[in-house]
Design a binder for this molecule. Structure first.
Ligand code: GLU
Length: 487
């Protein structure tokens, strides 16, 4: 396969959206699968919408996720590094001279023209088009100004923009996801390509940059599809090869509405801050609208790279099912090495995770959480002082005396257990269950008081898990305390 060059072209206007990450992943998968490059280009031509720190935040998020662009700005020890590189600069505001050159070419070819229309005139024109129900587009008032007039008006200091001249005919977008989509050029506006502030518009800059940066595949959200015929016209007018286009479907909420724009719901960083693991997020987002084999949900990153297939991306909107994300995160948590989970849990827990007992509690409790911000609450009872009412120790219809008796007996039994029985909770469970059978006891009257004695809580992990976490000595200590409570 020929190496693909893909790009993510975000505008640094805020936090990084889940949808942007999905596009970035598709870009990344395709580039890596084919031995190509993934490029990050910053589209900051709309200077009024810039947000300070947005680029740094995007790069930090990418770093946390382990997706580093091959070309484009990067962050190193908190320092933003913007190198020129082979096809740079990769920030559009540093490329104004380049765009100017191509605007001149388009003007010379008569594929573009100066427009001096005032805001008021354009508003009046649009108002009239609305009332007469015409397609809203520029009426070409300035199309046929003579060269001399244009020159004179510019010299007189009049404000102007440059518009592309949409040719007659039709334009077909051959899209990998959506198939062939036909547009009538008559419906397309003579798009402004150079603004009065000297900045190109997105439409011009995106075409020039995709061409000069040798982008082979343009993957982006389907909201850009209506703009693509204009881009194709510009590629052709400028004599550039047209790249492959893939417009990926919108992300939807579970109720199929368009994904909310609220930051907490769509900012990638917020998901990381809640304790979704990078691996789980990458798996979840990298398979939104695309499932490599259709017979399972968990794919590691290398598999996603190897199996990605743009032509199999679904046309219909991809539903962001957060329950699935929770499930996936839980799967990843369950399967992590202890050392790794301690490290990822550290920022979320204010307990000493290097303590062996807490590490064992972590092994038990990580199965029962969906995300790491639920962990502190789960681990606290292991270190908390007893606060329960002694009646909690009493199983159903039995009495405090029964509970006390059972606890005393099981305590003796546990005291006599070999250390080897404490290797894991399963070994402890086997011993305790055998003890119950041998003494013809019923499960509830032994296991309930034992569990409450160990956890101090109405609901908790099993007594076997708790015994394993606490170890023999601490376990016995807790049981003795419970016996004391029962008076
Ligand atoms: N700057 C555009 C955006 O913010 C990029 C669209 C494209 O990928 O062409 O989404």
């Amino acid at each position: 396969m020929t190496p693909a060059r893909t790009r993510l072209a975000p505008s640094p206007t805020g936090f990084i959206h889940i949808g942007t990450l999905r596009t970035a992943l598709f870009d990344y998968f395709l580039a890596k699968q084919t031995g190509g490059e993934f490029i990050l280009r910053i589209e900051d031509t709309d200077q009024t919408r810039l947000v300070a720190g947005a680029l740094e935040s995007l790069l930090r998020t990418f770093k946390k996720l382990g997706i580093e662009p091959d070309e484009g700005p990067r962050i190193d020890n908190e320092n933003l590094i913007v190198e020129k590189g082979d096809c740079g600069p990769y920030v559009q505001s540093a490329r104004l001279d380049i765009y100017k050159k191509y605007v001149d070419q388009l003007l010379k070819q008569k594929d573009a023209y100066h427009c001096f229309c005032s805001k008021e005139r354009l508003e009046g024109m649009r108002e009239q088009q609305r009332t007469t129900k015409q397609t809203p587009k520029y009426d070409r008032h300035c199309l046929n100004l003579s060269g001399e007039e244009v020159k004179a008006r510019i010299e007189a200091g009049e404000q102007y923009v440059v518009r592309m001249k949409v040719p007659e005919g039709e334009t077909i977008v051959d899209d990998v996801v959506r198939g062939s989509v036909k547009f009538q050029n008559a419906d397309i506006d003579d798009q402004v390509i150079l603004k009065s502030d000297g900045f190109p518009t997105y439409h011009l800059a995106v075409v020039i940059d995709d061409a000069l940066m040798k982008i082979t595949h343009v993957i982006r959200g389907e909201e850009w599809l209506p703009s693509t015929p204009k881009h194709i016209m510009l590629f052709k007018m400028l004599g550039f090869d047209v790249p492959v286009f893939a417009h990926v479907p919108l992300l939807l909420n579970a109720d199929k509405t368009k994904l909310s724009k609220r930051q907490g719901d769509v900012a990638v960083e917020d998901y990381l801050n809640k304790g979704y693991l990078p691996e789980a997020l990458l798996n979840f987002i990298g398979t939104l609208g695309f499932n490599p084999t259709g017979d399972r949900e968990i794919y590691d990153f290398e598999e996603l790279i190897a199996m990605f297939d743009l032509s199999k991306v679904k046309k219909s909107g991809a539903v962001m099912n957060l329950e699935k994300l929770d499930w996936m995160n839980n799967q990843y948590l369950k399967n992590m090495e202890l050392k790794e989970i301690i490290e990822v849990a550290r920022p979320f827990v204010s307990l000493d995770l290097d303590n062996d007992m807490i590490a064992r509690a972590l092994i038990i409790e990580r199965d029962r959480i969906n995300k790491l911000d639920e962990l502190q609450e789960k681990l606290e009872p292991y270190v908390a002082e007893f606060q329960y009412d002694s009646s909690l120790l009493v199983w159903k219809k039995s009495t405090a005396q029964d509970a006390k008796l059972q606890l005393k007996q099981i305590k003796n039994f546990i005291e006599d257990l070999e250390d080897a029985s404490f290797v894991n909770s399963e070994a402890i469970e086997r011993e305790v269950r055998a003890y119950i059978v041998k003494n013809e006891l019923d499960n509830g009257s032994v296991l309930w008081p034992l569990r409450v004695a160990l956890s101090g809580q109405e609901k908790s992990s099993s007594p076997f898990e708790l015994l394993w976490v606490f170890g023999k000595e601490k376990g016995i200590e807790r049981i003795s305390k419970a016996i004391e409570f029962l008076g």
